[in-house]
Design a binder for this molecule. Structure first.
Ligand code: ATP
Length: 239
């Protein structure tokens, strides 16, 4: 299992807000890695640094052995990194079909795009049923499935998920968790999962990093972290 993504001592600022204070994380091919932590811990900033939406101040980011920071966002997608943003960000007046096709904007082989689309509709039959429906009329859970599908349309090697369980009915959180596990297994895609639902995140990831105010405070195998008293107290409601 080779290393896929490496963060070495990354610092990131928003004006005067010191959002990432020298963060080092890594992710290997085939792994699902979770980032957990409270509001404002810096989880989304890590994703913004990877996708190139925000420049880092110092440190470096490598992907598949090549330097990633400084690369333009569209080229980052071409390198095989696709993002499922927080809050779902659908194009509400476009159909499910057109939302999904937007995800393939870096690809040109029509037959190959059609194959990917087919596999996504097979995975998410709900989207097939609602294929021509305006995306804004989908339920929250359906929209989440759709934006995961949209990211998969880029045929990524690394999928970034920003709080997929946010605002989703508890029953559907299970479905989304199962979908993430199935996708990583079937599509051979690695996953970096940002979640405030630490229990869900730890239950479906291989390893995790706990963040607090811009620093990694704990990391390790997810199974071990789930039984760690510090994690239980701070992230699992003290159970
Ligand atoms: P959440 O779960 O609430 O999204 P997070 O762990 O993802 O939290 P970040 O969004 O990475 O946290 O934010 C890290 C810090 O940077 C916070 O203190 C936040 O207020 C600050 N921050 C984020 N975006 C901006 C911005 N555009 N301008 C100024 N400060 C920002």
């Amino acid at each position: 299992m080779g290393q896929m993504l490496n963060f070495d001592n990354v610092e990131l600022f928003y004006d005067h807000v010191y959002a990432l204070k020298g963060v080092s994380i890594d992710l290997n091919e085939g792994e699902t890695v979770a980032l957990i932590g409270a509001n404002g811990a810096g989880k989304s900033s890590i994703l913004r640094a990877i996708t190139g939406l925000r420049k880092i101040k110092s440190g470096r980011i490598d992907f598949m052995g090549e330097r990633l920071d400084g690369t333009a966002p569209a080229d980052i997608v071409r390198k095989g990194i696709a993002m499922v943003p927080e809050g779902r960000r659908v194009f509400p007046f476009m159909s499910v079909k057109d939302n999904l096709l937007m995800g393939a904007f870096t690809r040109s082989d029509k037959a190959d795009i059609a194959r990917t689309l087919d596999s996504i509709l097979t995975r998410f039959p709900r989207l097939k049923e609602r294929y021509n429906q305006q995306a804004g009329t989908l339920s929250g859970g359906e929209q989440q499935m759709m934006v995961i599908g949209r990211a998969l349309m880029a045929k990524p090697r690394l999928l970034l998920l920003d709080e997929p369980s946010l605002g989703i009915a508890p029953k559907l959180v299970q479905d989304i968790a199962r979908a993430i596990v199935a996708i990583s297994r079937d599509e051979k895609v690695s996953v970096l999962l940002v979640e405030q639902n630490s229990r869900m995140a730890l239950s479906i990831s291989n390893r995790a990093y706990a963040l607090s105010t811009g620093s990694v405070v704990l990391s390790g195998e997810s199974k071990a972290l789930m039984n760690d008293d510090r994690i239980k107290a701070a992230y699992l409601g003290g159970e």
